[in-house]
Design a protein around this ligand. Sequence first.
Ligand code: TEU
Length: 598
Amino acid sequence: MTSNWSTNSFTTPKWWKESVVYQIYPSSFQSSPGATVPGWGTIKGITSRLDYLKSLGVDVVWPSPIFKSPQADMGYDVADYKDIDPRYGTLADVDELIAELKKRDMRLMMDLVVNHTSNEHAWFLESKSSKSSPKRSWYHWQPAKGFEADGTPIPPNNWAQILGEANSAWTWDEGSQEFYLSLFTPEQPDLNWESEEVREAVWDVMRFWLDRGACGFRMDVINMISKVPGYPDADVVLPPSEGHRWQPAWKYFVNGPRLHEFMHEMNSSVLSKYDTITVGEMPGVSDENEILRTVGAESKELRMIFIFDVVDIDRYDVRMTLKPWTVKQMKGIISRWQNVMIEKDGWNSVFIENHDNPRSISRYADDSDQYRETSTRLLALMQTTLGGTLFVYQGEEIGMRNCPKDWDVSEFKDIETINYWKKVQELKIENGREVIDAKARDHARTPMQWDSTENAGFCPTSIEPWMRVIDDYKTVNATAQIEFQSETELSPWQWWQRALKDRKEHKDVFVYGNFEDVSADHEKVYAYLRTSSKDTKEKWVVALNFSGTEQSWALPEGVEVASWVASTYSKGKAEGKAVSGTVALKPWEGLLGKCKTV
Ligand code: TEU
């Protein structure tokens, strides 16, 4: 590898590189006494759990949107960026949260959703009031392409909605007799970033939160803000013969022509004036140069992004599909981005869960009673030993599973799942239920399992939570795992806690270190070396068995393990493992070893 890693700025320490970010799904994290909407989580609930997060090893808390919202898409439809939804609390509650975080040397990162607003945002209400409204140009308005014989207006092009692929991305407004672009749902009209006034309004929102004490932003679908002018028709990939009328149109709004210009403007107008953490959600882009334009050390755009390659590994053109994948593919993706960032001086996020994806143990490992715990530890070991800023999603630290397959579909509340289920009925999609069981966003949105009492400690027992608690909470819960005592084993939570501590103690290796994949040809084992960025050249090896069968894997020539310091099967050192040559791994076993240095 011709890396200039040790001299480029990859190894330059920054708080936002070494921080552990914990994503909270506010509706499902923790309710609090006097909650406006019983059975929903609140900001006060988050504040009440800060000691829990601190003791886990979290530095930055990122709640999914808590702004005023009609909740058509769980808060990703914002009606007022400067106010809090009453169901979550008040601005004063956020101030208190920030103050309590500060006391613990922690920070708050906000979710900035500015590709679109809610259709109830004052900007949109004004924009739709008439064709001559001063805010008409704040959204994407287009006349009908024509009208059906029965008078139904025909949308300007064939783009499909993202959260309801069976529908057009354009919504007809009776009042002003035009369509507006609404890529996600009709309740989420896309802002028109071509308008300078829109951009100024966004900068103003950003300053509002940074001045209030937020440390930065996760930016929702920030790579969709520039649309290709003229809105060209998308290629037909979903066969009309099977009833598909609308087509995925990513090509025309993902990393569009003015994206980088807008991001530069955001940086020079706002971000450059504060010391922030920024992470852009950027689905649908895997091009190295394009990504480095955003996250390269000199790019002057964002600190890092969420690259979707791993979470998109099991889909075809749209997310609600099931595509077979292999461990080798996953390894290839992860190693590719580890290397790119090191070699080309960029920075990346490390994540495998969020509120838009199923649970990681159910998806990438084995969530059966037999292997759930080692699977959780395996995925934790992998993530805590990869370079980049680490993101942990609520419940991931206790190995929460997907919703049970015997739940009625009515338990699933997400608009994407509801729209998908309608499509399944209409188009008679045979594996529809299977897709929901594997992919629905609902799997990650069930209430956090705090303890073994009814409702899992999420809300009082007399109240029905907004979404059903997963039935396994009596055994899978935070309290049981924190209190777990054993001579030979760590609970998944205890393992995560130790792994985060180790990561921080050895940040020169795990956050800033060099990376070398040493398992390229193995079908099931993912193994890599991490070498310290300091002169010590301390070297560690990680070997992960991504299968339910025993595997053997060979350490590279010349690499000798001084001590296998951890196995996902034991509390202390792994005993009886070979220190050179072929190493045996149990099903779903992960090993961490410190290598001898010459
Ligand atoms: O998600 C954007 C996104 O593209 C996906 O992760 C999305 O869930 C998937 O494409 C659906 O098939 C973000 C938010 O994270 C998500 O919760 C919102 O629904 C969406 O934007 C709209 O704001």
